[in-house]
Design a protein around this ligand. Structure first.
Ligand code: SF4
Length: 614
């Protein structure tokens, strides 16, 4: 298809900018001069994928190498997919518009379980067989990284190898090994056996899984020299690790349309529901000088007038105030806004608020996660009601009127009293506002309460817990709804069916591959999107394969059961997770890493907060 025909085709779809390529800072190379072509695939829309920091880092890092050309690929929205299939257009990379079928690597980043059908759909659109076993040649090699790789078993039949942990080093080691094997004409199996010896690489086809009659896993046996445990990789020194000095700047609006500067990786907190808080351990910070220098370069090279300081808990950054002082020296004269997402309630100071106020005033967002102190102790969210009220008072007196609060529903041990505590907290925050003499004049306050459904995830202390079932989720949503008596408190929540699917796949094993394939063949895709999600088709796919999704999601797991992810090593030990689970059931909190080390196991990486003086 020539350029004119392609342009004409784009005129008939929503947001043609999703597919056009050619954005500022996108990388175009001479394909005759590169040795490796890498299709970096984000299994969701352009707007979501283009907001993802990991993709920005690896895209730039790969393209710094002369021998590699890394291009971007996103899941086409349903309107464009229809046209692609009608006209026989295979899935293409944005930079060259070449079909990704002929690339060396097709690499997916897996950010959430509800994108798995999109991965299959993208392989199918590329004209490739879905199953790894049906793709016998070395290229294209289908690889995946990202947080879902801490339990990649539901994708074990489709992906040739998974990267565990942070990709900056291990990805390039695998690419170099591949190049060596390709040049000597070696086959895929030989390559996979060699790749499995690189730390951080998991090749699922090299593990045999046996099951008990009741469906639990009996054993996981490595073969052909593959390691019994596969340890994730981390970047040890964040100051010397790669960070791009420019991002591709989109033509169309994307979800996070701003420069993003990473402050640190990991989290000191240990909230017991939060997978990110465990799988990215230990905390490793960048120095304020590095952050300042990198942020400045990004703004200069992208033209963005807003920069976000990103991490799992921004106010835990030990150099935050000195950093803000340094950054204000150049952001202020250039009218560049600073935004600080992921602030915690308990260390949100008036000084910090003053600095944010200096630049930008918008709504405040906090995540108390549970409505009562008892339940906040169960989940180890070490935030007291007093701190929440003190912070809201500071914020209201500083001119804020809108507060957004995030909570979870269905947490282990949750009662109706805990749910009523959520709306009660919202109402009392509104009361607090009206009790303040120096509140903003002539303005009305609002509290938005956003309630997501708790999904137990691997590598958290709640990995053993049952997820509540759909009917119970809906009953509890009603408890919340009817307990809200204040018109200034608005509650919103997510669809319970989607949480149910997420729950099954988060802790699923490789028998779910058949369910996934059946769902895909029935037309499931974009399952995270309400307008596309089809529960009925999913239920049929489970049923046809004789698999009960509740076996994975709603079952309490014994501590000694072999989980599908137990042969993967993310640093935190199972013993630690069991200790934390027991503490949760007695509502006992665990101090954060900077107060006292809880010996989680992540010190094995020899770096980060584990070695700081307390
Ligand atoms: S070993 Fe201790 S300091 Fe290090 S991440 Fe684990 S709990 Fe935190």
């Amino acid at each position: 298809m020539n350029e004119k025909e392609f342009e004409k085709l784009l005129l008939s779809v929503q947001k043609p900018g999703r597919y056009s390529g050619g954005e500022l800072n996108s990388v175009v190379k001479d394909k005759e001069k590169v040795k490796i072509r890498f299709a970096f695939c984000f299994p969701d829309t352009y707007e979501i994928g283009m907001s993802h920091l990991g993709m920005k880092i690896l895209y730039s890092q790969f393209n710094e190498r002369e021998d590699i050309w890394c291009e971007r690929v996103f899941a086409p929205w349903v309107d464009f997919e229809v046209l692609m299939r009608e006209k026989g257009i295979p899935l293409f990379a944005l930079e060259s518009r070449d079909s990704i079928k002929d690339f060396d690597f097709i690499g997916f980043t897996l950010q959430y379980e509800l994108c798995y059908t999109n991965l299959l759909n993208m392989l199918d659109l590329a004209g490739l067989p879905l199953k790894s076993a049906d793709r016998p040649s070395l290229s294209p090699l289908v690889v995946a990284g990202g947080p879902c790789c801490c339990n990649p078993e539901p994708l074990a039949d489709f992906v040739d190898l998974f990267f565990l942990g942070e990709g900056e080093e291990v990805d390039l080691e695998v690419i170099d090994l591949y190049r060596e094997f390709k040049e000597k004409g070696a086959g895929k199996e030989e390559f996979l056996r060699a790749a499995a010896k690189i730390e951080g690489v998991y090749v699922p086809s090299l593990y045999d899984i046996e099951y008990f009659e009741d469906g639990r896993i009996k054993s996981v046996t490595p073969k052909d020299g593959a390691p019994a445990k596969i340890r994730k990789r981390i970047m040890r020194d964040m100051d010397s690790s790669y960070y791009p000095d420019r991002f591709v700047v989109p033509f169309i609006e994307i979800v996070h349309d701003r420069a993003v500067q990473e402050l640190f990786r990991g989290c000191i907190r240990g909230c017991r529901f939060c997978q990110a808080g465990f799988i990215y351990r230990p905390v490793r910070e960048k120095s304020a000088d590095t952050v300042n220098r990198q942020a400045k370069a990004l703004c200069e090279n992208t033209g963005y007038d807003e920069i976000s300081l990103s991490s799992l808990s921004t106010s835990d950054y030990t150099c935050l105030e000195p950093l803000l002082n340094k950054m204000l020296l150049w952001t202020e004269p250039q009218s560049i806004s600073l935004s600080l997402p992921s602030l915690r309630v308990d260390n949100f100071s008036a000084e910090l608020l003053g600095k944010i106020n200096h630049i930008r005033k918008s709504g405040l967002t906090f995540a108390p996660e549970a409505g009562t102190q008892r339940l906040r102790d169960v989940i180890n969210k070490n935030v007291t009601e007093e701190e929440i009220f003190r912070t809201c008072k500071t914020a209201f007196e500083g001119g804020y009127t809108a507060v957004k609060l995030y909570f979870m529903l269905g947490l282990p041990t949750e009662t109706d009293e805990d749910l009523k505590g959520i709306t009660d907290l919202g109402r009392r925050i509104i009361d607090l506002y009206y009790s303040l003499e120096n509140r903003p004049v002539g303005k009305s306050p609002s509290v938005s309460v956003s309630v997501s459904t708790f999904v137990p995830k691997p590598f958290t202390p709640f990995q053993f817990e049952p997820q509540i079932e759909k009917e119970e989720i809906e009953r509890r949503q009603n408890v919340l709804k009817y307990s809200n008596t204040c018109r200034k408190v608005n509650i919103s929540w997510h669809d319970s069916s989607v949480s149910f699917l997420e729950g099954a796949f988060a802790r699923g094993d490789r028998r779910l591959c058949a369910v996934l394939e059946a769902a895909f063949k029935k037309g499931c895709k974009f399952d995270g999107w309400n307008e596309c999600f089809n529960l009925q088709k999913w239920l049929e796919a489970f049923d046809e394969n004789g698999i009960d999704p509740l076996f994975y999601s709603a079952r309490k797991r014994d501590f000694d059961e072999i989980n599908p992810w137990d042969h993967l090593d993310f640093g935190v030990t199972k013993d630690f997770l069991i200790r934390e689970n027991k503490k949760a059931h007695s509502a006992k909190i665990t101090p954060n890493c900077r107060e006292k080390c809880a010996a989680c196991g992540a010190a094995c990486f020899g770096e980060g907060v584990c070695f700081e003086k307390r």
